[in-house]
Design a binder for this molecule. Structure first.
Ligand code: FE
Ligand code: CA
Length: 517
């Protein structure tokens, strides 16, 4: 189907091959030799992914590209048929589902296949073919049946993977773990160019859909990120940098007219959808996109994924670290917007699951910090929206949904602590648990300890642990408890960083709150 000869991009091709090898090493199965070697150019430079597992299937994703520096992937502006296969074995001797999808230029030559009809809670392997090229092999896993009693669920969560700030050692480590799913909580890309970093963005600033497509192509070209996608199904949501730093509803930080910002948001959402293993229910309509949703793992766990960007009111008192001003007390302040807030409470109250895991973007726990002796809050976090947080805490305290555990991104540090009925009253009830994961790379190396002063530790008695290194979390749930493990990277700025366990945590079922194990 390739209408014109395409150049070989041998370096990028090798990185796809090494991703396949990494995956092979990580999971111990043999991969077929990619037929792409017979082509003049490999169209699978962005790898493969799967996502949003249901008991009978999942989404399969790839996006064709022969040139990772171009938004159009160096492809002709025509639709290309892409065959897909799902098998029970990595050698594809037992193919259980197959079909053909169309990779169109309107969708950035992305392919989203919603596979159905598979048995629950099983591993499957998948791959794509186009022209005479074959993609790397991915592994996915269906969710348990809705009414199933599940002994154990393992998941990872991660966020904030600024490509320029370092190497994805955390993703390489994650690719080798045995998890049912990976939650990615936002800042998959960053929309600006940094200075003096180990890697450099292709484009300095993103504005058009082609710009965002180019940025995603560069991120997806990373072999470690490809390995983590190929190894596990992902459940994704966005935060601010998929569009622009600290945007809130239809307001951006540069105070562009809302119409101009919404045009950029539409371009960013289009590219986000094209580059993520999302279902059609998340296909954007102009500047609007629905990513809040629930996913069930039998009677053991429900993931409730929220969107705290698209429907929030503007940050009060200026952005980020500011002393509290009167505007912060606005009772109408909202993080989710009224209709998502209603949906959220219903989703948790009607959940049949033992554990209710909330996939959330920005930190809910109160975090009092001192800057030059002055007490400040990060107004982009729930600290900027105390009325909205109080509604959420009141709901958890009164409705008592079963074992709420919030997993959060954004801060580029690890913060583990208790959700309190009233954060300003240390004697108030613990109503849930929050694990704020650090970043995959954003912020650079960091240090293996807290940056908190003794005074700040006293100001925040609900926080049990803080660590400034990069990394991600592994969590394991059973009927009795949740065990969490923080994996940290010693150095993201060098190519030979190593990943180790920095700390372990325990949350008992029926007893909200978390302890260092
Ligand atoms: Fe971030
Ligand atoms: Ca963020």
């Amino acid at each position: 189907m390739l209408r014109r000869p395409l150049e070989i991009n041998r370096r990028a091709f090798l990185s796809t091959a090494s991703a396949a090898l990494l995956l092979q090493a990580a999971r111990g199965f043999a991969l077929p030799v990619p037929a792409g070697q017979a082509l003049r150019s490999n169209p699978f430079l962005l790898g493969v992914a799967s996502g949003d597992p249901e008991p009978d299937g999942f989404v399969l994703w790839t996006r064709l590209s022969t040139d990772t520096k171009r938004g159009d992937g160096g492809l002709p502006p025509v639709a290309m048929p892409v065959r897909w296969e799902v098998a029970t074995d990595a050698g594809f001797h037992h193919i259980v589902q197959k079909g053909t999808a169309s990779a169109t230029p309107e969708m950035g030559h992305a392919v989203h296949v919603e596979v159905t009809g598979l048995p629950a809670h099983r591993d499957f392997f998948y791959r794509f073919h186009t022209a005479d090229a074959t993609s790397p092999v991915g592994r996915s896993r269906t969710a348990p049946a809705a009414n199933a009693t599940v002994d154990r669920l393992r998941f990872a969560f991660a966020s904030c993977q600024n490509y320029e700030h370092g190497y994805y050692h955390a993703h390489r480590d994650l690719a080798g773990q045995d998890v049912d799913a990976v939650l990615f909580l936002g800042d998959y890309i960053y929309e600006y160019r940094s200075k003096d970093r180990p890697r450099v963005h292709t484009l300095p600033k993103l504005e058009t859909v082609d710009d965002y497509r180019t940025c995603y192509a560069q991120y997806h070209s990373d072999p470690d990120l490809q390995a983590a996608h190929a190894a596990h199904p992902w459940i994704v949501t966005f935060d601010d940098h998929e569009v622009e730093n600290n945007w809130a509803g239809d307001i951006d930080q540069e105070n562009d007219p809302p119409a101009a910002f919404l045009k950029r948001r539409a371009a960013a959402f289009q590219a986000y959808y094209e580059n993520m293993p999302l279902r059609r229910t998340s296909l954007p309509t102009g500047p609007d996109m629905t990513v809040y949703r629930t996913l069930s793992y039998g009677k053991l766990a429900q993931f409730t994924v929220v969107d705290t960007r698209q429907f929030r009111t503007d940050q009060p008192c200026g952005d980020n670290f500011k002393a509290p001003c009167a505007e912060r007390a606005n009772p109408a302040a909202t993080m989710m917007g009224p209709s998502q807030e209603t949906w959220f409470q219903k989703a948790l109250s009607s959940s049949p699951a033992q554990w209710n895991v909330v996939a959330n973007q920005v930190m809910i726990q109160q975090l009092k910090e001192r800057r030059d002796g002055e007490l400040v809050y990060n107004m982009d976090q729930w600290d900027g929206y105390p009325a909205a947080r109080q509604r959420l805490m009141k709901y958890l305290a009164e409705a008592k949904p079963s074992n709420p555990v919030v997993v959060t991104g954004d801060t580029h540090q690890t913060w583990v602590g208790d959700l309190k009925a009233d954060f300003n009253n240390p004697d108030s009830a613990v109503v849930g648990t929050e694990l704020v994961g650090t970043s995959i790379t954003s912020g650079g190396d960091g240090v293996a300890r807290t940056r908190f002063s003794d005074e700040e530790l006293r100001d925040n008695p609900h926080i049990v642990y803080n660590n400034d290194l990069r990394g991600y979390f592994l969590c394991e749930l059973d009927a009795k408890e949740m065990r969490s493990e923080l994996r940290t990277v010693d150095k993201v700025t060098s190519m030979d960083g190593t990943v180790t366990t920095a700390a372990r945590f325990r949350t008992e079922a029926g007893k909200p709150g978390i302890n260092v194990a």
